[in-house]
Structure formats: structure tokens, C-alpha cells
Design a protein around this ligand. Structure first.
Ligand SMILES: [Zn+2]
Length: 457
């Protein structure tokens, strides 16, 4: 193992230069004019994988290609098999005038490498590739088989990945999936993210009169849909920040004492958070800390609210309709379809007869949870500890990564989220960067991880 770590240490300068080469491809998946750039980037990546000793292919899809690279499997070796997932596509770099240096000309300042795609996600999965290179180039036997699946459509919804997983189910069947595409709180504070929130989206419309009415002639004798909607929404949350929809919390898995004590170790500060967000006072469900509220508790959020006249000056009308766009963040073990039903039923029940209620369903995704005490999660925590020389923290992520549910459903394996991004990395924003300490420690983490995970399998 020491020879692997020494190799990593010796070759950092070259690794950074190679990562810069990778970052020069403007592989923006959302913009059709970059189609050839994505193809060229995928070809470069596959070629690089071959150079370090992997077998690699570029698999076409109806969108952008998927790069699959694997160690040479020995038949009937009975080694465990792990998969690393990442994406080589990136967000558009706009607005360009806010970049301090061009987004596709990588620039190093101190321990920061600035370029679009550096943290999200090229630098993060490249760290795993370099760890494997260290094993292969030093002739150190890997305790497991490894497959890298690096796609080109993550930033546009991964439309072809689930199909690809299904059609390559046998080849990709594995013991666990490792994804470094999330964050850690600080470069000195490595983290395992073991849970993600799910989501349901929908729109509520209340319809009143067949057209906007003169409020002087008719106002007072008909219900006002904007007022009715405000009252309806007002009934959905109580003053303690609890969602007041019967059945909403029925399946919420409570936080264990272990998790709560782990979450309390995260370096956060309520006053700083208040300042960062520009709010007078934090507000959330009573009985939970802000960190718990943001990651381990479900929410009901009004994302948009529209009705009546929005132009300059006043217009004396009773609007014909009012609409709210809603999303609920869900947590384990809430089922999106069941929560949708619970919410719809309650809205129907409390909607006054003076307006007509319409509900339009939007997208949905399940929450995700790996037990932090599972052998694989423990193995990942050990690898983080050894690589960073710091006790890692356990985290829950408040957002959703729907592909993780596909991994579970199609490949039957859990995903370990070992993010190397920092909060200040500017993912999706101008001046995106990747921390070179996170890059190097990420390589070490990956090197330790295959040992620890194989032992747990
Ligand atoms: Zn992204």
C-alpha cells in the first residue's frame, strides 16, 4: 500500500497537468454547438483510461456518449466488484464577464484550480482514476474489480443513463457504487453523505369567476381566488413550522441518536447562516436544529405564487384564478406517490366550495438512505479517516440525486457519496474551482477505499 501512496505523492504535478488538459474541453451538454466537444472529451478520457492500464470504450447513446473503463477482470476471481460513477459534461460557463480568467483555460492560484467543470465533476472522478493508476503502474494488486461509468448528460437530467444501466445490467452488477459529486464541509473535514432527500412537485390552481371582474360592481359577492388560495396555503403549516397535513409525517424515519450526534459535529454556526442568507431570524420545525431541518426533515415549500394584475399601478379586479407552484422535499421512508395522495386529499377536503381546485402533478423522486452503520459505510469512513488524517463526519444532503435510486433499483447496490467539493467551490457559478488538497486527499481516499470496501464485502 505504501508504494501506492508514494506513487501518488510523486506524481501530483503531472496529475494536475493532466487534469488541466481534461478541463480544456468545453463539454457543455446543454448547448448543441458543443456536441463535438463532448465527443472529443469522451474520446480523450477513454484514451487516458487506456494509458493508465484500464480497458475503455466510448458507448454511444441517443445523446452524449458514456465512457466505460474497467480493470482487467480475471474470470472467476470472486473479487468484489465496485463501480465509480462520474460525469464529464459540465454546466454552461455563462455569464462569462464574471470569470476572472477564461473558464476553459485552467488557472492555478495557491491550492485552487480554476476552470469550469473542475469540481463538478471532472476533478472529483479524476481523483479516483489516479488512485487506480497508482495501483496499476506500481504492480500493486487491487483487491477488487473496478468499473468506471462516466456519463455526458448529468447536467441535463441523465436521460440515457437509466436505459444504459438496464441494458448493461449484467456487466455492471456490483457490490457498491462510489460517487464523488457532492460536498464536504471543509478541506479539513472529510464527509460521507449517507442520505438524500426526495421530492414531489405540483401546481395548485383555484378558479373563481369565468373572467377578471370589476371589484366595485361584483366585489363582496364572489370569493376572491387569490384570498382563497392564501387561506388554503395558510392552513398547511402551523406556527411551529410543522406541516399540518394529516398523514404527512407517518412514514418519516426518525433520526437516530448516533446520527443526531454526528450531525451536531458539523462545523456550522446559526448566526453565520443567518448572515449568509440575509434573513432576520432562522425559522424551521421546532425541536430540530437547522442542519437537521435542512437535510433530515421533510418540507412543504411554495416556489411561486401568481394571481391577478402584476403591472404598474393598480387595477381594481377580482382575479379569475390564482396559482401556486409547490415542491415538498421528502425524507426516508416517505413514498412520493403516497405523499402526493395525502396532500391532494387534504387540499380537496379543505378547499371552499366557492372556488374550483385543480392540481397538476409534476416530477417526483424518492429519498435515499444508506445505514451509516452498514459495513460499507463504516469502510468508507475508515478510508476517509486514513486519507485525510481527520475523523470524518456523517452528512445528509438536502437535495436529490435521482440516479442513485436507479443504481439501487437496477443494479441492486448501495451508493456511497464521498464528495470532494467545498462549499466555496462555485459549482455551477462563475470562477468554479477545485481544491488541490481535496484532489490529492481524494486520490488517497480512493486508494484506501478499495482495501477497506473489499474487506467489508
Ligand atoms: Zn452539476
Amino acid at each position: 500500500m505504501q508504494v501506492v501512496l508514494d506513487y501518488l505523492k510523486r506524481n501530483q504535478a503531472r496529475f494536475v497537468a493532466e487534469l488541466c488538459e481534461f478541463l480544456r474541453f468545453p463539454s457543455v451538454s446543454a448547448q448543441p454547438q458543443h456536441k463535438q466537444d463532448l465527443r472529443a472529451c469522451a474520446d480523450w478520457l477513454a484514451q487516458h483510461c487506456r494509458q493508465i492500464g484500464l480497458e475503455a470504450k466510448v458507448c454511444p447513446t441517443t445523446g452524449h456518449p458514456i465512457v466505460v473503463a474497467k480493470t482487467k477482470f480475471v474470470k472467476n476471481s470472486r473479487k468484489p466488484h465496485f463501480m465509480v460513477y462520474g460525469h464529464y459534461d459540465i454546466q454552461p460557463p455563462d455569464p462569462l464577464d464574471l470569470w476572472e480568467s477564461p473558464p476553459f483555460e485552467p488557472r492555478i492560484a495557491g491550492r485552487s484550480l480554476f476552470a469550469r467543470g473542475s469540481t463538478d465533476n471532472k476533478g472529483q472522478h479524476f481523483a479516483h482514476l489516479k488512485a487506480v493508476e497508482a495501483y496499476l503502474k506500481t504492480g500493486t494488486p487491487l483487491p477488487c474489480d473496478l468499473t468506471f461509468v462516466i456519463e455526458g448528460e448529468e447536467e441535463v437530467g441523465s436521460a440515457n443513463l437509466a436505459k444504459f444501466l438496464k441494458s448493461h445490467r449484467r456487466e455492471l452488477a456490483c457490490d457498491a457504487i462510489v460517487v464523488s459529486d457532492t460536498g464536504m464541509p471543509h478541506s479539513d473535514c472529510p464527509a460521507l453523505t449517507h442520505a438524500l432527500r426526495g421530492i414531489i412537485a405540483f401546481e395548485i390552481t383555484l378558479r373563481g369567476p369565468s373572467r377578471d371582474l370589476h371589484s366595485g360592481i361584483f366585489g363582496g359577492a364572489v370569493d376572491n381566488p387569490a384570498m382563497a388560495l392564501s387561506q388554503l396555503l395558510g392552513k398547511l403549516r402551523d406556527k411551529n413550522g410543522r406541516i399540518a397535513i394529516p398523514g404527512f409525517y407517518d412514514d418519516v424515519a426518525p433520526l437516530t441518536a448516533y446520527e443526531r450526534s454526528e450531525l451536531s459535529r458539523l462545523p456550522t454556526n446559526d448566526a453565520e447562516l443567518r448572515k449568509l442568507l440575509g434573513v432576520k431570524k432562522l425559522f424551521g420545525e421546532r425541536g430540530f436544529t437547522p442542519i437537521e431541518q435542512r437535510s433530515a426533515r421533510p418540507t412543504f415549500e411554495i416556489n411561486g405564487l401568481t394571481s391577478g394584475y402584476q403591472g404598474e399601478g393598480s387595477k381594481t379586479i377580482v382575479p379569475a384564478w390564482a396559482r401556486a407552484k409547490i415542491t415538498c422535499r421528502l425524507v426516508p421512508d416517505q413514498n412520493p406517490a403516497r405523499i402526493r395522495k395525502v396532500v391532494c386529499n387534504y387540499l380537496k377536503k379543505i378547499c371552499p366550495p366557492s372556488v374550483r381546485l385543480e392540481i397538476e402533478a409534476g416530477h417526483g423522486a424518492e429519498a435515499y438512505l444508506v445505514s451509516p452503520k452498514s459495513p460499507q459505510a463504516r469502510a468508507a469512513l475508515r478510508a476517509l479517516h486514513q486519507a485525510f488524517n481527520r475523523k470524518p463526519v456523517l452528512m445528509r444532503e438536502g437535495g436529490s440525486i435521482p440516479i442513485v435510486n436507479d443504481f439501487k433499483k437496477v443494479l441492486g447496490a448501495d451508493t456511497l457519496l464521498l464528495g470532494l467539493g467545498l462549499p466555496e467551490d462555485n459549482a455551477h457559478s462563475p470562477n468554479e474551482k477545485f481544491d488541490l488538497d481535496c484532489f490529492e486527499n481524494g486520490q488517497r481516499m480512493s486508494a484506501f477505499l478499495w482495501q477497506e470496501l473489499s474487506r467489508s464485502a
